[in-house]
Design a binder for this molecule. Structure first.
Ligand SMILES: *[C@@H]1O[C@H](CO)[C@@H](O)[C@H](O)[C@H]1NC(C)=O
Ligand SMILES: *[C@@H]1O[C@H](CO)[C@@H](O)[C@H](O)[C@H]1NC(C)=O
Ligand SMILES: *[C@@H]1O[C@H](CO)[C@@H](O)[C@H](O)[C@H]1NC(C)=O
Ligand SMILES: *[C@@H]1O[C@H](CO)[C@@H](O)[C@H](O)[C@H]1NC(C)=O
Ligand SMILES: *[C@@H]1O[C@H](CO)[C@@H](O)[C@H](O)[C@H]1NC(C)=O
Length: 471
């Protein structure tokens, strides 16, 4: 009986044709194969169908009361002849002589999810002798099987890209740290774990042995934003014993993963200039400068986090003053006013492993920045600097009404005049009235509301006296 002819049977109604046919096919010849008919095969199982030496996990479906692995009937009698009650599947190698010959043949070519009935003539089963009191001599056997999964001990990890965002320039390598979402399922579709159920990506180094070998291999070469299916044979997953109550022994695992981002701990800020103003730009932002900039910040999957546009005014910062994340401090340097850049900032130059409000731990951030203005900052600790030497008799210049003392109003008027005449400048990025108030307080050492000639001192002179005050 050729296999092709038995396949034609599947079109016929199940039981009636089955019984009629089985009863009339008891005359086997030595050349017969086990008879096979198929239903329920997954449509695209080509990479994983049972071949000789495959390890096969199958079960017998729809058998009351439960736990029967596979079940045999003697043709025509519908009597249950053999059953297994250990629970779970029947796991074996096929085509390797571990099974009766008819089973070895009948299971070949099966796909996961496929159901077959396999009719085995006695000479490919238990022959003239039968088996104990269970299987009589010369019995033809009928097996109904469902293939749960199958793999070969030589199988490697199988990868299938489901979605690849355009413009992928970088692929993950061993040693990268990756954040990804996944659904993990068995070959029969049972989901055993999902990162989505925890509302949190799975975060790990890859290729370093922190995860099962199959995932360590399967995540390498992935792009940010990619969706891929990783099929892992048990010897690269949890082996013959499985783990927990969700992953049975010898199970093939299928992970559908979505790569959110990855980075390497050695990554610098990645800077891409998007546009520059047409006019020549003589001075670019440098450490110590006071800058104003607009920004949009998002995660690499497109999730928008923050934007300066939400507040109207640009963000202000002194570069290198530890006021913004390191990645921005670096990424804003060298910018011309009016320039736009895209900055990719790895977490060690952003909010680190623990993240921040609204920023997941270990997240890579994408900034779009536009430098609105820049001006030279002041040396650390200074509120005002002279561009040239200050006047020799500073107090006399300051004491506008020549009464020998300088109240706040006189002091402010004098300093503002210096600024407007371009002789000096105030600390940028702070309300000038506050700066002037602070400067005045620093000089009014006895706090009587006026500065005297004895009190007035330049910061540069004080620094030599190792006193830390400011002017
Ligand atoms: C995940 O988020 C959803 C919606 O915000 C919420 O209903 C659910 O309880 C969260 N689950 C966990 C495990 O935090
Ligand atoms: C599986 O379990 C058996 C019995 O507990 C044990 O002897 C065997 O070493 C285990 N195999 C592996 C690969 O852990
Ligand atoms: C995981 O399953 C959920 C629910 O079916 C689905 O929304 C999500 O896209 C799946 N994720 C992946 C990476 O396949
Ligand atoms: C830039 O430098 C050129 C030549 O040194 C000079 O003529 C021009 O005024 C400068 N522009 C600005 C905006 O400083
Ligand atoms: C931020 O996004 C808004 C809206 O898409 C856009 O108009 C603005 O130019 C962006 N800002 C920067 C600095 O790229």
């Amino acid at each position: 009986m050729a296999r092709s002819s038995t396949r034609a049977m599947t079109a016929a109604p199940w039981w009636p044709s089955w019984w009629g046919w089985a009863a009339s096919s008891l005359a086997w010849t030595e050349a017969s194969w086990a008879c096979v008919s198929t239903s329920g095969a997954a449509s695209s199982c080509l990479p994983t169908w049972a071949t000789a030496a495959s390890a096969w996990r199958g079960s017998f479906p729809r058998m009351p009361p439960s736990t029967l692995m596979w079940s045999c009937w003697m043709c025509g009698t519908r009597q249950t002849l053999c059953s297994y009650s250990k629970g779970g599947t029947y796991d074996t190698y096929i085509g390797s002589g571990w099974l009766i010959k008819g089973m070895d043949q009948g299971l070949l070519g099966m796909c996961p999810g496929e159901r077959r009935k396999i009719i085995i003539p006695p000479f490919l089963a238990y022959g003239e002798k039968g088996y104990g009191t269970v299987i009589p001599p010369q019995a033809s056997l009928v097996f109904h099987v469902l293939l749960i999964d199958v793999h070969n001990p030589k199988d490697t990890v199988q990868l299938e890209t489901l979605e690849l965002p355009p413009g992928c320039v970088r692929r993950a390598v061993a040693g990268d740290f990756m954040r990804y979402h996944y659904n993990g399922s068995l070959m029969d579709g049972t989901v055993f774990d999902s990162s989505y159920s925890r509302n949190h990506t799975y975060n790990t180094y890859i290729g370093q042995g922190y995860i099962i070998p199959g995932m360590d291999q399967g995540l390498q070469g992935a792009c940010i934003g990619e969706r891929r299916r990783i099929t892992i044979p048990p010897h690269l997953a949890y082996g013959e014993n499985g783990t927990g109550d969700k992953i049975p022994g010898s199970a093939v695992l299928i992970f559908n993963v979505h790569i959110i981002d990855f980075h390497n701990p050695a990554d610098p800020v990645e800077i891409k200039t998007v546009s520059r103003p047409p006019e020549a730009c003589n001075e670019t932002a440098k450490l110590g400068d006071f800058v104003r900039y607009h920004y949009n910040c998002s995660l690499l999957d497109g999730t928008k986090l923050f934007s300066s546009h939400d507040y109207g005014d640009p963000q202000e910062a002194t570069l290198g003053a530890n006021k913004v994340i390191e990645g921005l401090d670096t990424g804003l340097q060298g910018m011309c006013t009016g320039e736009r850049r895209q900055l990719t900032v790895p977490p060690h130059l952003a909010h680190g492993e623990s993240g921040a409000r609204g920023v997941p731990g270990s997240a890579v951030l994408l900034f779009e920045v536009e430098l609105v203005s820049r001006e030279d900052g002041l040396p650390t600790g200074y509120l005002f600097v002279w561009h040239k030497e200050p006047p020799a008799n500073l107090f006399e210049h300051m004491d506008l009404n020549k009464d020998g003392e300088v109240p706040l109003e006189e002091f402010s008027t004098f300093i503002k005049a210096q600024v407007s005449e371009g002789k000096g400048r105030l600390l940028p990025g702070q309300d000038p009235e506050k700066t002037l108030g602070d400067m005045f307080q620093n000089q009014d050492r006895n706090k009587d509301g006026k500065i005297t000639v004895e009190e007035l001192k330049l910061k540069s002179d004080e620094d030599q006296e190792r006193v830390h005050e400011e002017l």
